[in-house]
Write a protein that binds this ligand. Structure first.
Ligand SMILES: NC(=O)c1ccc[n+]([C@@H]2O[C@H](COP(=O)([O-])OP(=O)(O)OC[C@H]3O[C@@H](n4cnc5c(N)ncnc54)[C@H](O)[C@@H]3O)[C@@H](O)[C@H]2O)c1
Length: 264
């Protein structure tokens, strides 16, 4: 029996990357999953490989109307809603002085407002069912800072704050709310911002000084680790977990290694 047997999940941004890996793992663990994305063709393709346990739905997470429709369709098609993974996200890498208000608002609209709308949309169906689990995908960039990420980082820090507020408010309805802070994700997300001649996957793997054995693992394997954490938090095995952040970052945000000093 799978860890998510009998559960119905909505995974946003599931047409590729971390969302797709999560949706595939969820189905393997017995869940029925809505592949919710703005990228309709890719979402349909993922759903078609997963059979009757998957349904592709158009959802722009920044749209209230789309959320109403997605929740309605999920309830109609699968008869309930137990898990929401707020995974859809956009990246923008740019120096502060070159970041336009339009770009800033575009990132906040999807990453931050999309997460808010998602949480708000599932309160009623989860409350009237047996409770539920909401997993919000933040990032290591919601735990520390890097240059070039003024809008992205703001939105990812906000997700951790919203996670705690939601956990405090919704626990009384049996709804748990947690955040996952990955280091890794699909290379496609950062590719448009990586200067020519630099491999996006390699650029990411340089970020793992604490666990040298991680360097030899593929990007897909490490994205699989994120999906495993999401599946755990979504499952009843995480019954005691709410209002917390879970880094999946090979210890990257734990602190700094001071070379040459004892223990290094
Ligand atoms: N890529 C990384 O290095 C990395 C690192 C840490 C955290 N993350 C986070 O992980 C999550 C998944 O990212 P990924 O790496 O799989 O990126 P990705 O770009 O491969 O996937 C993002 C998905 O979100 C969808 N999407 C974009 N805008 C949307 C909208 N308005 N409504 C619905 N869907 C929308 C895209 O179509 C795509 O399928 C994001 O929240 C991202 O911020 C990524």
């Amino acid at each position: 029996m799978g860890r998510l047997e009998g559960k119905v999940a909505v995974v946003t941004g599931a047409a590729r990357g971390t969302g797709e890996a999560t949706a595939r793992l969820f189905v393997a663990e017995g869940a029925r999953v809505v592949i919710a994305d703005v990228s309709d063709e890719a979402a349909e393709k993922v759903a078609s490989t997963l059979g009757e346990r998957a349904l592709a739905l158009h959802l722009d997470v920044g749209s209230e109307a789309d959320w109403s429709h997605a929740v309605e369709e999920t309830l109609h098609h699968f008869g309930g809603l137990d898990i929401l993974v707020n995974n859809a996200g956009l990246l923008h890498m740019c120096a502060i002085e070159e970041t336009t208000l339009a770009d800033y608002e575009r990132i906040v609209r999807v990453n931050q407002i999309g997460t808010f709308l998602g949480i708000r949309s599932v309160v009623e169906p989860m409350r009237s069912g047996e409770g539920g689990s909401i997993v919000n995908i933040s990032s290591v960039d919601g735990c520390w800072a890097k240059n070039g990420l003024i809008a992205y980082s703001a939105s990812k820090w906000a997700i951790r704050g919203m996670t705690r507020v939601a956990a405090i408010e919704l626990g009384r309805f049996g709804i748990r709310v947690n955040a996952v802070c990955p280091e890794q994700g699909s290379a496609e997300m950062i590719a448009p911002f990586v200067p020519e001649g630099i491999d996006a996957t390699l650029a990411q793997s340089f970020m793992h000084p604490l666990l040298p054995n991680q360097q030899s693992r593929s990007n897909d394997e490490r994205v699989g680790d994120i999906a495993e954490m999401i599946a755990f938090l979504a499952s009843d095995a995480a019954a005691s977990c709410t209002g917390a952040d879970y880094a999946v970052d090979s210890g990257n945000t734990a602190g700094r290694q001071i070379q040459g000093m004892p223990g290094s």
